[in-house]
Design a protein around this ligand. Structure first.
Ligand code: NAP
Length: 307
């Protein structure tokens, strides 16, 4: 089969860290162009805007949208209207409804839309899902605590409305939780907003599954020292800990699954597959939970944040 000609929009940290190596190692794709206002990629055609890229590369098949979420919808709409398959970085949009609109448009245009949730492809996630499916969960706790200064230096968009603040990493936890736990809903939330920012720096969210199982989530963006990206479950078959962002699984303290990370290669394999199979893959559950936490949550003002 001919490779899928793809262009990248919004060349920043995640493009250089993950998209370029993943695409270089995947024969299903040929990276032919990029659109970015202030950056370029060597060896391919570069444009300042998505409009000029779509006009300038007539045989383009697909685009990857890697700009901040507040700007994803307009770009996605343009690409879908031009008949391109669309890969959306997480989170797929700034609101739930705008992504639903894109799902409808992709269907009308007969192209594939992919909401990529990279953490779902972490190595131990499927093993955790299998373990939990075979037992009864009594309670679960999601602990996602990292140092924003280390992972997101100088990213203004992340602190602006729609940038999600601590939910930018937190939505990765939710993308795993919604894959491995029963459907759940938010019952209570408290969000801490620095006095000088429009997005939260910490949050506590309570969920309950339809069966009444309590799930607690703790998010903190000021964690120095060891970083925590863990999901704990107390089950009839023992204590499960899915740690390191989904890379490691332990049951009753014993490591049962640990393999090298290959989230982005797996995401592009999945994107090629849905294009071949002529369908879309857009799960809105993680984004909906974040929206619900903002809707239901108490807002607590905390001290200003400076980089
Ligand atoms: P970033 O380094 O800030 O890069 C995003 C790029 O988007 C910028 O370099 C910018 O390039 C472009 N852009 C277009 N319109 C923009 C606007 N109005 N304001 C700011 N930038 C704009 O961000 P990133 O870390 O790569 O994150 C991008 C997306 O990937 C986010 O949705 C994030 O959640 C997701 N993601 C990030 C990571 C990570 O570790 N960083 C991991 C997984 C997923 P130009 O100025 O050249 O246009």
């Amino acid at each position: 089969m001919k490779p899928i000609k793809i262009g990248i929009v919004g060349v920043g940290k995640i493009v250089r860290d993950q998209h370029l190596p993943a695409l270089a190692g995947n024969g299903d794709f040929e990276l032919v162009c990029a659109a970015s206002r202030n950056a370029s990629i060597d060896g391919i055609a570069n444009f300042a805007t998505i409009e000029s890229m779509l006009e300038g590369v007539a045989d383009l098949d697909a685009v990857s949208l890697c700009m901040p979420p507040q700007y994803r919808y307009d770009a996605a709409r343009k690409a879908l209207e031009a008949g391109k398959h669309v890969f959306m970085e997480k989170p797929p949009g700034a609101t739930v409804r705008e992504v639903e609109d894109l799902i409808d448009l992709a269907e009308q245009k007969g192209v594939s839309l992919f909401a990529s949730w990279h953490s779902r492809y972490a190595p131990a996630v499927e093993a955790a899902k299998e373990f939990l499916a075979a037992t009864r969960i009594r309670s679960a706790r999601i602990v996602w605590k990292e140092d924003v200064r280390r992972w997101h230096p100088n990213q203004d968009w992340i602190w602006q409305a729609g940038g999600l603040g601590v939910f930018d990493p937190g939505i990765n936890a939710l993308s795993i939780a919604t894959h491995i736990l029963s459907p759940m809903y938010v019952t209570k939330a408290a969000l801490q907003f620095p006095a000088n920012k429009d997005a939260p720096v910490a949050a506590e969210i309570d969920f309950r599954t339809a069966q009444g199982t309590p799930v607690k989530m703790e998010l903190d963006w000021l964690q120095t020292g060891p970083q925590s990206w863990d999901i704990h479950a107390d089950t009839d078959a023992g204590e499960m800990v899915l740690s390191s962002g989904g890379a490691k699984l332990a049951i009753n303290g014993e490591a049962v699954h640990e393999q090298p990370e290959r989230e982005y290669p797996a995401l592009y394999e999945r994107f090629a597959q849905i294009i071949r199979d002529d369908h879309s893959d857009v799960d809105l559950a993680p984004l909906q939970h974040v929206a619900d936490a903002f809707m239901l949550g108490r807002r607590i003002a905390v001290e200003p944040f400076y980089d």
